[in-house]
Design a protein around this ligand. Structure first.
Ligand SMILES: O=C(O)CCC(=O)CC(=O)O
Length: 262
């Protein structure tokens, strides 16, 4: 198990591939851990240095008391990458992970050479929506809201598969404090202005059935970044890396070729 001690927080991460290869960093969504990428990583070309990590309050990373600020989540990623001596990575962020990608690119272009904004946006939801979600999980636990969340994450055919049970368990076993803490970070984030100033190779990915960050919202954010392109994965919800891993890996591999990473 790989743990990076940043003094005030210990971050769980995982490295695969070639330690000397071009770095690709994956950041997960709300309520998921680094297993989110299990089906995509083995499909990527050999020779990459692949890093995944659990953001604060998720997976095996520490769970300090919330609420968290987006600046703190970005700073965690920045410090992790510095500790691992990563420069010029392709940063792949899904949903809140994509918000972290935007914040990191604004702050540290030496770390982020290109980014993948997957199922994300410059601003997600409204303050009222997040306040009600935070109250809901603090009162009743994640399980109380799980069915609605999972309907946004996955299409009905996928929810009927045995594999779905594993993803449901991943969601409801995340620490409530961490889920609520990161929800507060999303609630307080509006990256329209900073993201509009970005110019770097960017691939935006959307799922046609995504109930959390619908395709139009993802496209709108992609359009803010000079040098972006958009790819729609049909028949997938909020987590196309789980529902359609082959297509996800193919489009990501193509982007890695375009950016000279492979
Ligand atoms: O997935 C995220 O990181 C946040 C967006 C969201 O609301 C996901 C969900 O529907 O639970």
């Amino acid at each position: 198990m790989q743990i990076c001690d940043l003094d005030d927080i210990r971050i769980h991460y995982r490295e695969d591939g070639d330690p000397k290869g071009a770095p690709v960093v994956f950041a997960n969504s709300l309520g998921t851990d680094l297993r989110l990428w299990d089906k995509v990583v083995p499909l990527l070309p050999a020779g990459l240095r692949i890093i995944r990590y659990d953001k604060r309050g998720h997976g095996l990373t520490d769970c300090p008391p919330g609420p968290y600020a987006m600046g703190t989540l970005v700073r965690d990623a920045e410090r992790l990458l510095d500790a691992l001596e990563i420069r010029d990575c392709v940063f792949v962020g899904l949903s809140i992970g994509g918000m972290i990608a935007q914040g990191l690119a604004v702050k540290r272009l030496d770390q982020v050479r290109a980014m993948v904004l997957s199922n994300t946006a410059a601003k997600i939801g409204t303050k009222e929506m997040w306040e009600s979600r935070i109250q809901g999980v603090l009162d009743g636990g994640i399980e109380a809201l799980a069915e609605g969340i999972l309907e946004r994450w996955f299409t009905k055919p996928f929810r009927d598969t045995p594999e779905f049970t594993g993803w449901r368990n991943m969601l409801i076993r995340q620490p409530v404090e961490g889920y609520a803490g990161c929800s507060a970070a999303i609630s307080g984030t509006d990256f329209y202005t900073p993201t509009s100033g970005l110019a770097l190779p960017t691939l935006a990915i959307a799922g046609s059935e995504d109930g959390s960050t619908p395709p139009d919202l993802v496209r709108e954010t992609a359009d803010l970044v000079k040098g972006s392109r958009f790819h729609l994965i049909r028949g997938a919800g909020h987590l196309p890396c789980v529902e359609k891993p082959a297509e996800y890996a193919e489009v990501l591999t193509q982007f890695l070729k375009e950016t000279g990473h492979v």
